[in-house]
Write a new protein. Sequence first.
Length: 122
Amino acid sequence: MKIIRNFFNILNIGLLVFVAIFIILFTGWIILNTDVNTEDAKKHAEMVRLQASAKNYYSRLQFYDGICSDIGIPVGWRCHSFEAAYAIEIGLKEGGFLCLDSSGYLGQSLQSKHTNTHCPGG
């Protein structure tokens, strides 16, 4: 009887170890196969930096004209400015646009700002 009981205890422990390993491997597989969009997150972080730079630019000069060339807009990003306003935009990998303007708006939109100095959602 004691041998049979020990056998079932070992079998139960083995089964628990097998289930734990399976759960760990399955969780790891899910994490590694999740498509994380880091490209758009980097664009958003860059927009936050540009927003701070634009505020600093305006506080020093009291106008926005020339901001597109002075605060380090990345190549391929759209920026338009004149004395009283500016807007910066980039297309997102997931679709739509990320836009920042002088009103303080920073967000996503399905429409482009084109050559405007305000964002469609702002």
